[in-house]
Design a binder for this molecule. Structure first.
Ligand code: SF4
Ligand code: SF4
Length: 302
């Protein structure tokens, strides 16, 4: 089941111009600093806003499956018992319980996206499919969305972690204007440690996409303790040069922890508390490294 967690209007950091960004649910990676924990799991989940909870206990009372118990005045969810029936969502006295992840038939989704056509046209923007990992959704579904947008002459950007079989990229390539392609850490061991998987498939796919003529923005979420150092940036530059990759842009995205507040809602633990963004001077130094290596269109931010 392909699920969507959010359709975000007026996005200005997800590609060119003003865009409407669709967040798909499910990702093969587990980045320690993930900003969207609600998009990690491929299945629906129930979340609640702990800060606004009054501890009234109604959710525990109405749950027909005994999935919610009150502990220290707080509702505790047993995910194994929850059948996602939505009853607690309907009866929560504060309206703060929510099932995350909805199915959207292609027609419904495209109709929603077309409401913003005027913004796309005026700004040189379009639609960005993101996540989670859009490329981990079923190929038929993503292709159908891409074809429908192409028919409407709406620009399509794919925001991807790159960790999927290349055939999926090959199928969608003719319908995509730009790929926002994450290149996180060049050291495979560090990649495993902070992202959960080896980076070989990601780098192989990047080379193949580039060879196939795709327009690519390389995105580097930059974390001081992980990849925010000269060694990693130089290795990234070396890789791009070795494989003759000419990204239309390189975007260095300084780490921020704005997603950390989402974790308690899902009863998840944020493991990035010890992480930091590099200083402004360090970030500027990384930009200079790329620019001096010939990647003139490198900037801080997306
Ligand atoms: S969604 Fe249904 S099963 Fe799950 S906690 Fe709420 S009431 Fe219980
Ligand atoms: S019904 Fe809503 S406000 Fe009341 S305990 Fe449950 S989550 Fe909190």
């Amino acid at each position: 089941m392909d699920l969507i967690t959010n359709i975000q209007k007026y996005s200005i950091h997800d590609g060119d111009g003003i865009r409407t960004t669709v967040f798909f649910k499910g990702c093969p990676l587990k980045c320690v600093w993930c900003h969207n924990p609600e998009t990690q799991c491929f299945e629906q989940e129930i979340q609640y806003d702990a800060e606004k909870c009054t501890g009234c206990g109604v959710c525990a009372k109405v749950c027909p499956n005994g999935a919610v118990t009150m502990e220290d005045g707080r509702p505790k969810l047993d995910k194994k018992l929850c059948k996602l029936c939505g009853k607690c969502e309907n009866f929560c006295t504060q309206g703060i319980r929510e099932i995350v992840g909805q199915e959207y038939p292609v027609k419904t989704l495209v109709k929603e996206l077309m409401k913003d056509l005027m913004f796309y046209e005026q700004s040189g923007g379009g639609v960005t499919l993101s996540g989670g990992e859009v490329m981990a959704m079923s190929t038929d579904y993503v292709l159908a969305i891409a074809k429908a947008l192409k028919k409407e002459e709406v620009s399509l950007t794919i925001d991807t972690c790159g960790y999927v079989p290349y055939e999926k990229f090959e199928a969608i390539l003719p319908y995509v204007d730009t790929f926002l392609y994450d290149v996180k850490v060049m050291d495979p061991e560090l990649h495993k440690q902070y992202i959960g998987v080896d980076n070989k498939l990601i780098l192989d796919n990047l080379v193949k996409l580039s060879d196939a003529g795709a327009r690519i923005y390389i995105r580097i979420p930059t974390v001081k303790e992980v990849n925010g150092n000269e060694e990693n940036m130089k290795e990234t530059i070396r890789f791009l040069k070795e494989h003759d990759i000419h990204p239309a842009q390189v975007n260095l995205l300084p780490y921020h922890n704005t997603g950390s507040s989402k974790y308690p809602k899902l009863d998840m633990e944020y493991k990035g508390n010890d992480l930091n963004a590099p200083t402004k001077e360090e970030m500027e130094g990384f930009v200079k490294l790329f620019q001096e290596a010939g990647f003139s269109n490198t900037k801080i931010g997306g």
